[in-house]
Design a binder for this molecule. Structure first.
Ligand code: KIV
Ligand code: ZN
Length: 512
């Protein structure tokens, strides 16, 4: 049998830990369906004990997704582990991923525990988890900065207790490829029962080497699971990016010699879905999923590609799903065509009333925009799922006036808990005036830390997608809004961010 590389996606857990990237249960479920379509082997759906919202998301994903293994993170204590097992009850294949820090710095300063206490807790936790599920992963947090002798001791013990996967995190992105690869190799060579577990790599991207380090862990170290996220989403500089790992292993099969279950045709749709849901825009020159990844601008390159594609192309854009960027629906499309395309995109609306509301929005959009792309539909349902959640603020209408030499004015109507209110303001520009008009009513006092506009499908006819990042009392949230009118899109994004700021979902930080 060919040597297989397991792809473990943690977009919904480690990716979501990125400030502002938090997702609702329905958004997570939609992304999980796309990951299943991509044939990801393991989906880390969340950290069940961190909040009720996370518990419900893990539970919903465990009940709905049947092909991929569903995993919940859990700290190394009985309460967290029980909560993870409870959330995973409905899964065909459930995995508990338990972790505790093993580096001297983390043990002393963060956990305030001795190495012996950490060793004992790791052992008891894996034993406890194995009594609940058959598939248990153990991670020594900050593993790469841990003492080799101590790490060997801990990992030998947890394998003896039945851990089926051993994941070695480079939690702070400090590793370099050769040393990380060698680190995994040494662990596997020195631990007597290392062959009883699958070895996994988990690299952060602080020095831009997460993908290179992960590949070295696979090639030099012999790891057979890679932990990664769509678009490399994650705290700080992010995690190892799924699309890059998958396409590197596939394109250089001559070198890696590994098989994967992944169906790469769904990569671009997954990338767009994650970007639209979280408001984390993909940089144009990002490998595989960036808008320019397959664009040949220079004359020499264009000429070469026209004569023979492989002069400048090592992968085919269609193979990762770029050709799926087509006009799919228009003004005359009916409810059934809309419903079918949503299903193809992996969007499942729970009730007829949700479908009707989304279809009404689609018709409204089709009246203003002749060509509707997949991205438009995804943006529309992202908004729909937000409004379904009975949010505090909802956009109604906007009027604004701007003229050269005059101060722009805006009047906005929106609802607060279902009741219409009107705000007016002037501003430096029409967007500024519109957002100040909202603030004249809400008075959130939130600080805007990011504002970005993106054309959803590339031309001036496309919808503008706006991301607004707000910070207030230590919380950071992203709001996303889409509309052919970018000022309306900005107002929607601002209201969506305010709604997220209102939500009380405080959670325990995984690395806290
Ligand atoms: O980066 C890290 O150490 C983690 C662990 C919790 C696995 O995400
Ligand atoms: Zn991590």
């Amino acid at each position: 049998m060919a040597d297989k590389l397991i792809i473990f996606d943690t977009t919904l857990r480690d990716g979501e830990q990125s400030p502002g990237a938090s997702m609702t249960r329905d958004e997570k479920l939609r992304i999980a369906r796309q990951l299943e379509r991509l044939r990801v082997d393991v989906i880390e759906a969340g950290f069940a004990a961190s909040s009720n919202g996370d518990f419900e998301a893990v539970q919903a994903i465990a009940n709905a997704i049947k092909d991929s293994t569903i995993c919940s993170l859990s700290r190394a204590n009985d309460r967290d582990i029980s909560r993870a097992a409870e959330a995973l009850k409905g899964a065909n294949n459930g995995r508990i991923h338990t972790f505790i820090a093993t580096s001297p710095l983390h043990m002393e300063k963060k956990l305030r525990m001795t190495p012996d206490q950490v060793l004992e807790q790791a052992k008891q936790s894996v034993r406890f988890a194995r009594n609940l599920v058959a598939d248990v992963e153990f991670s020594p947090e900050d593993g790469y900065r841990s003492d080799m002798d101590f790490l060997c001791q801990v990992l030998e013990v947890v394998i003896a207790e039945g851990a089926t996967t051993i994941n070695v995190p480079d939690t702070v992105g400090y590793a370099v490829p050769e040393l990380y690869g060698q680190f995994i190799k040494t662990l596997r060579e020195r631990i007597p029962n290392s062959d009883k577990a699958i070895w996994s790599v988990h690299c952060h991207n602080d020095l831009g080497m997460a993908v290179a380090n992960s590949l070295a862990g696979v090639k030099l170290g012999g790891a057979r699971q890679v932990e990664c996220t769509i678009n490399g989403l994650g705290e700080r500089a992010g995690n190892c990016s799924l699309e890059e790992i998958v396409m590197a292993v596939k394109t250089r099969k001559d070198y890696f010699g590994l098989e994967m279950n992944i169906d790469p045709i769904h990569i671009v749709a997954a990338s767009r879905m994650v970007s639209q849901t979280t408001g984390f825009v993909v940089q144009p020159n990002k490998a595989v999923v960036g808008a320019n990844a397959f664009a040949h601008a220079s004359g020499i390159h264009q000429d070469g590609v026209l004569k023979a594609r492989d002069t400048y192309e090592i992968m085919r854009a269609e193979d990762v799903g770029w050709s799926a960027n087509k006009i799919v629906l228009g003004k005359l499309s009916g409810r059934n065509a809309f419903k079918q395309r949503m299903q193809e995109l992996g969007v499942v609306l729970e009730s007829e009333s949700e479908l009707n509301a989304a279809f009404a929005r689609f018709k409204e959009l089709a009246d203003r925009k002749s060509e509707i792309f997949d991205e438009d539909i995804l943006a529309l349902v992202s908004e729909e799922s937000v409004t379904q959640d009975k949010e505090q603020y909802a956009f109604v209408s906007l009027a604004q006036h701007s003229e050269t030499g005059e101060k722009p004015q805006a009047t906005i109507v929106f609802t607060v808990d279902g009741k219409e209110v009107q705000g007016k303001s002037d501003g430096n520009g029409p967007v500024d005036a519109s957002l100040k008009a909202i603030e004249s009513i809400v008075e959130s006092g939130a600080e805007m830390v990011l504002y970005s506009v993106n054309a959803i499908s590339g031309s001036t006819e496309s919808q503008g997608e706006v991301t607004v990042r707000l910070q207030n009392s230590g919380r950071v949230v992203n709001g996303v809004g889409a509309d052919p009118d970018i000022i309306v899109a900005s107002a929607k994004a601002y209201l969506s961010a305010l709604n997220k700021l209102q939500s009380k979902a405080d959670r325990v930080a995984a690395q806290g």
